[in-house]
Design a protein around this ligand. Structure first.
Ligand SMILES: *Cc1c(COP(=O)(O)O)cnc(C)c1O
Length: 361
């Protein structure tokens, strides 16, 4: 695949010394260390996308009046490069991320990036920084494409200049021996309202989720759960993960994409895999009251959260102002573990890929 735009390659003047890099990728954690390079592509009104560059990762010079710093015109994506059993590097459904990136761009009044250019930028970065792939079992190279409005202008309107950037961060296995169940806090705050930006992957949504997240931590919980804005009744999602409910009657329920929920690639993949496993998948509204009642009656067996970073995470306990309840035994359940294993096996090239989800680089 070749993108229409030529990439200028700027050699790194001083790549990280091998011994230092080896130390960093031995236990990378998540989002803490970064590879040597980055891709930058610029957009200017009247000219479109230009100046695609693969060069050293370095600070970005921004005018203090740059629109992103004042009006938060910013969007991002998150996906991982995996190393397959045969040693090749691969991406999982990157075209889905490219499509979603453009959907986010539209909502934030930003220019769309051709899908093949989005994927080519990632391909170039992964190739040049393949030696940053963590040696740890279950490791991956987490990729963070993002776009910011760089025009220096304080008037309120869509900017006329943007930068698209991709950086890479070696990531360890989020959970070394299967995911432990998390405890979640039902927030009184709202993440997304109808007609808002809930379906866009933009930094602004995350800025607004930090106080509720801090509150969840302060109450002793791992994650925050948001209900719908209008009735404060329907379950939407966690701060950065979608939710699924596995029922005793074989149904697998997840809230529908009505514009206030982020359409996760993991969510979409699990919907397809679960249907193939014989589960009766259903995208339907699910209320907190129903959830509590189903957990108590045994109609609900398991609840899990999903997203690129942690893949699939069991939810063991739910707490809020009205008290708390436990799901199943409070630990990881069988349906959760089975779906997680199926998805991870495809991502790592250990299982057949009938949907063509894995893109070898
Ligand atoms: C990115 C994100 C998700 C998960 O999406 P994936 O494509 O599965 O990684 C879920 N919720 C929010 C708010 C997100 O930003």
């Amino acid at each position: 695949m070749s993108a229409a735009l030529p990439f200028t390659h700027v050699p790194h003047p001083a790549p990280t010394a091998e011994a230092v890099r080896a130390g960093l990728i031995a236990d990378p954690g998540f989002g803490k260390i970064f590879s040597d390079h980055m891709v930058t592509i610029e957009w200017t009104e009247g000219q479109g996308w230009h100046s695609a560059t693969l060069g050293p990762r370095q600070p970005i010079a921004l005018d203090p009046a740059a629109a992103v710093l004042h009006y938060a015109q910013e969007i991002f994506e998150g996906l991982k490069a995996y190393r397959l059993a045969d040693g090749t590097m691969a991406l999982f459904r990157p075209e889905a991320n490219a499509r979603r990136f453009n959907a986010s761009a539209k909502r934030l009044a930003m220019p769309e990036l051709p899908e093949d250019l989005f994927i080519e930028a990632i391909r170039q970065l992964v190739k040049v920084d393949a030696n940053w792939f963590p040696g740890v079992e279950g490791g991956s190279l987490y990729l963070r494409p993002f776009m910011i409005a760089t025009e220096a202008f304080l008037g309120v309107r869509p900017a006329k200049e943007y930068k698209f950037i991709v950086i890479a961060s070696p990531a360890g296995n989020y959970f070394k021996s299967g995911a432990p169940a998390v405890s979640i806090w039902v927030s009184d705050y709202t993440r997304a309202a109808p007609g808002g930006t809930g379906a866009a992957k933009c930094g602004g949504n995350y800025a607004a989720s930090l106080v509720p997240t801090a509150e969840a931590f302060a109450q002793g919980h791992d994650q925050v759960l948001f209900l719908d804005a209008a009735e404060h009744k329907w379950v939407e999602e966690l701060g950065g993960m979608n939710l699924f409910f596995a029922m005793a009657d074989g149904r697998l329920v997840t809230p529908p994409l009505t514009g206030t929920i982020l359409p996760g690639v993991t969510r979409d993949s699990l919907l397809q895999l679960a249907a193939e496993e014989g589960l009766n998948v259903s995208e339907e509204p699910y209320s907190l009251d129903q959830w509590r009642a189903d957990a108590a009656s045994g109609a609900l067996l398991e609840t899990f959260a999903c997203g690129t970073a942690a893949v699939v995470t069991p939810v063991g306990k739910v707490a809020g102002r009205d008290g708390e309840f436990t799901i199943g035994s409070g630990g990881p359940g069988q349906i959760t573990q089975k779906l997680r294993a199926r998805l991870v096996a495809i991502q790592r090239g250990e299982a057949p890929d009938p949907h063509g989800w894995v893109l070898k680089l």
